[in-house]
Ligand binder design. Sequence first.
Ligand SMILES: [Zn+2]
Length: 570
Amino acid sequence: MILKERKNKYFDGVIDPYDLSQLKTWVEGLEAEKPQTAAELDEFLNKVDELNHKLRDTAAEIYIKMTCDTADKKIAEDFNAFQQNVSAYYAPKNNVFKNIALDSPALGEWIAKKGKTGTLLEKILKNDRDLFREENVALGIEESQLGVEYRTTVGGMTVEFQGEEKTLPEMAVFMKDNDRSVREAAFRARNGKMLAHKQELNDLFDKLFVLRKKEAENAGYKNYRDYIHTAKGRFSYTVQDVLEFHTAVETEMIPLITELNQKRKDKLGVDKLKPWDMAVPLDGKLLKPVSKPEDLIPKHIEMMNLVNPVFGRNFKAMDDTKLLDLFNRKNKAPGGYSYPLYKYGASFIFMNAVGLHSDLRTLVHEIGHAMHEFAQADLHYTSMLDLPMEAAELASMSMEMLSMPHWNVCYKDNDDFRKARYDQIEDALRFFPWCMVVDAFQQEIYTKADTAELREKAFLDVMDRFSAGVDWDGLKDEKTAQWLFQLHIFEVPFYYIEYGIAQLGALAMYRQYKKHPVQAVENYKKFLHLGHQVPLSDLYAEAGIELKFTREYIKDLVDFIREELEELSK
Ligand SMILES: [Zn+2]
C-alpha cells in the first residue's frame, strides 16, 4: 500500500528556503490572531501545529536528500539556506505563538476541555516562557559553536596504525581482534591521540562550563544541573530520583556485571581483565542475519508481522512509498535515523546496512521510532508536545526487545538465534554503568567540581564507583581521558541519562512480554498511540510498566535479567 500525502487544512503551498514571502504571509496572519473563546484558541493551536509540521517536513525532506546524496552540492546549499533563512526567521515567531496561546482569556476553559493534554501543553509552554531569557540566546549560539569545535577536533583525529591512517571510529574493529596485543596497541593508539588533545579539550570545556553557568544564573538557578532538569521539562521525575538511579545501578547491577566480567576473564584466559579485553567476541563467531543486505526488508516485514500485523503492514507501506534508504553505498552520509514525515503520518528510515547483526538491530530500533509516528499521526498539537527522549527511545528500544523472540526469521540456526538474544540482553545490561558514569560525572561538574583539576578527580571517582572488575592499573592517564570521548558531555549536557531511563523501560517491557506476551504488545501499542498527550509517567503506566528508579525495582529487574541470561546460556 502506498501512503498518500495528507491534505493541509490551513496552509496550502510550499515553503521556499530562498523566498520567504509566502511563509511571512502565513506567519503574520497567525501573529494577528487574538483567540477569545476556547474554540478559537483550539483552532489557533491547530493552525500553529500545521505550520510547524509543514516547516519540519520541508526541513526533513532537504535533510533526507542531503544525507542520501552527499555529492549533491545544490541540496547542501538548500540545507544552509533553510537554516539561515527559514529557521532563523521562524524560531522567535514560535515564541510569539506560545505567548498568544498563554495570554488568551480562553486558556482556562480550553484546558478544562482538554484534560490532561491541556494541562501538559500549558505546563510545557509556560515552562519555556518562564525560562526564556533574551540574553541566553547569544550564549546558546556560542555554546553550539563550541560544540562544533569539539566535533571538528575529535572528528578530525586520526592515528597511524598498522601502517595506515585510521580515524578513531575505524579503530573499533581492532578492539575486537582476537590477538590481544593488537587490541592493546589499538587502545593505546586511540587513547594516546585523545591525551595529546587533553589540554585543548579541557580548555574548550571550561568555556562551555562558564556559558552554561551563566545561562543558569540568568534564569535564576543556582546551578546548571537544576536549571537543565527544568529546562528539559522533566516533570515526571526529580534530580533526587536520578541520584537514586545511580545508586541502584551501583548496588544492584554492578555485582551481576562483575560476575559476567569474571566469566569473560576466565574464557579469555587472562590474569587481569584490561579495558582492551571488553569488545572481543568470546566465541569469535560473527552473526549474519541475511545472506545479502537487500533481504533485510522482506525479513523485517516478516518479523514485524509476527510482533503485530499492524507493524508489518506499516513497515511494508514505508517500503512501497519509498520511505526507506537502508543500504550502504558511495556518497551517503554515515549513521542511521528515523526522520518523522508528518505529511505521510510516517517516517523515513535511513541507514548504512551491509548485512551484519547490528543492521538487524538498528533496523528494528528505527522501525520502533517509525511506528510511533504512525500511531500519533492523527493526534493534535504534536509539534508542541514533542516526544520526550525517554518515551521516543522506549518505543525504539522496546521494539528491539519485542521483536527479539522472532529473530529466528533471520537465524535459522538455533545456536545463532540463542546467541543473538543473549548478546542483546547482556549489551542492554552493560550499557548502564557507563551511562551512570556520564550522568554522575556531570552532576559533580555542575554542582561541585568546577575546575579542571577537580573535574579529573571527580571523573576518576565515578569511574571507580561504577567499575565492574576491569583493571585500569598502570593506565591512569588513559582512564582520565575516557570522558573526552563522550560527545554528549560537550554538546548535549545531561541528555545521556534519558537513554538509560528508556533502556530500563525496554527491559521492563521485555519482562512484561515474557509473562503476558499478548497484553504486553497491546500495552505497547496503546503507549505509542498516546504520543505525548499525557505526562511521561502516565505514558510508562500505559505501556504497562513503571517510571521508577528505586533499588527494589531495579533489583527485581536484575533478577529477571539474570534468569534470562542463564536460560540463554544453556
Ligand atoms: Zn533511537
